[in-house]
Design a protein around this ligand. Sequence first.
Ligand code: B1M
Length: 212
Amino acid sequence: MSILLEISENVQKGAMKAVKELVNKAVADGVSPNEILNDGLIAGMNIIGEKFKTNEVYVPEVLVAARAMNAGVQIIKPLLTDENAQAKGKVCIGTVQGDMHDIGKNLVKMMMEGKGLEVVDLGTDVAPEAFVQAAVENGCRVICCSALLTTTMDVMEKVVEAAKKAGVREQVKIMVGGAPVTEEFRLAIGADCYAADAASAADAAVMLCECE
Ligand code: B1M
């Protein structure tokens, strides 16, 4: 069995100790951190996601899998971060109001930091006005909104409206993402950018910060 498959299987089992050992071994064997992240850690989490959908596993199993995945992410985090990167700009990020999912949001944050961006993390369950207030107070160029629920993704439109109401819509760019979000949705709500995964979100945020 390949080491990436082993990592995925141990994430699914929530076997944190084994995940740590396997990730350390994969790094020592020269497997790229991006492969470890995407084809090992996230792959395992995605399988748990499918099982959660079909009621083959329940909340506790999902949480131990997430904990095991995060333990692996912590090991590769320094390898995905360019310590010498110059500050390329400032963004704020959060999961929208009513939504507690933060695993994807944390990965996006990590990738953005890896690209040299300063990231203000607003956490989960963030109200539209709180995104805008944080962007203004911290001088953020981009507001990054994550949503994992079809019932919370509409809050993203309220973030766009809140930015207009505060009179800062021209100064900040709004990026949206998360499993149910699409480019069509982004267009419909008038946000500036949609990214499908953490790496593209980081690239897009750098671009948005660079074009003043
Ligand atoms: Co929840 N959950 N959950 N859950 N959960 C989903 C999202 C669900 C699809 C499961 C299912 O039924 N198949 C479903 C949503 C259905 C829907 O809306 N249509 C669901 C549900 C229903 C719920 C509850 C309502 C369950 C309940 O209580 N009955 C409840 C809601 C709580 C709330 O938020 N108010 C709930 C609770 C939970 C847990 C607490 C158990 C846990 C969250 C733990 C945590 O985050 N700290 C959890 C989890 C883990 C999941 C699944 C299994 C996995 C999500 C995840 O972390 N994926 C998920 C099923 C699934 O997605 N297959 C599910 C891994 C992560 C790396 O991917 O977050 O997609 P993701 O992020 C990606 C991209 O989307 C993108 O980059 C990331 C990396 O590439 N991305 C962005 C994310 N944000 C971005 C922002 C960007 C750009 C890209 O720009 C700003």
